[in-house]
Design a protein around this ligand. Structure first.
Ligand code: GRF
Length: 212
């Protein structure tokens, strides 16, 4: 059984996609041990608690220094002994000591086709504003392992989404969530839960599930 801790900062629609996918069997062999947010008002915490899952708020604002927050955050994570940490719209920089300790056991969902529109400053609506500003015809979402860089770890899954003529950043964000994020994040978790993902020479390799 893959034990998850899911880290969130906002509305939690990706968390909801994970919870729904566990409930309907799209994700197997997996349980969510806890949801951790830096934002006490994150609706994602409400979603967790309504699902009977422990919701914890821990924020850098509660600590004298970032180092003391990083230690407390890692201790919180360690308490649940997760097999996989899922960043689902988590807006806090992951401490290097956590990345080292959980090498290739932290995944993130990013709302673009990495390496486009990612890295420092590209988060939330800013990603879609960048895509519309550049005039790309196709965007999408990416699930990747988290390494010491920003959106630079091994790519696990990507899903393209068409950009439409009248799109605003908000309309495009919603389409990318519906058509990409809410599909590939659960899919990646299920693949990891069933031993189908391996990192070889810095690349995520997906084993055939033999169902085809
Ligand atoms: C999503 O767009 C995700 O791609 C990005 O942050 C947003 C989180 O949305 N990382 P939600 O909290 O899952 O609704």
């Amino acid at each position: 059984m893959l034990k998850l801790v899911v880290c969130v900062s906002g509305g939690g629609t990706n968390l909801q996609a994970i919870l729904d996918s566990i409930d309907n069997g799209a994700i197997t062999n997996t349980e969510v041990a806890a949801v951790i947010s830096n934002n006490a008002n994150a609706y994602a915490l409400t979603r967790a608690r309504e699902h009977g899952i422990t919701g914890i708020c821990i924020s850098p604002k509660q600590y004298e220094s970032r180092e003391s927050f990083n230690r407390a955050f890692l201790k919180q994570i360690d308490n649940f002994e997760p097999d996989l940490i899922v960043l689902a719209g988590f807006l806090v920089v992951i401490p290097e000591m956590m990345i080292q300790k959980y090498r290739n056991r932290i995944i993130n969902i990013h709302p673009s086709l990495i390496p486009s529109f990612c890295g420092t400053g590209y988060y939330g609506l800013k990603v879609h504003e960048g895509a519309l500003e550049r005039g790309v015809k196709v965007t999408g979402a990416t699930v990747h392992f988290v390494d010491e860089g920003t959106d630079t770890g091994p790519i696990i899954l990507q899903q393209p989404v068409m950009v439409e003529a009248e799109d605003t950043p908000e309309i495009l964000q919603r389409r990318v969530m519906e058509q990409a994020e809410w599909k590939i994040l659960p899919q990646a978790i299920d693949m990891i839960a069933n031993g189908r993902v391996e990192v070889i020479n810095g690349k995520a390799v997906i084993a055939d599930n033999g169902k085809s």
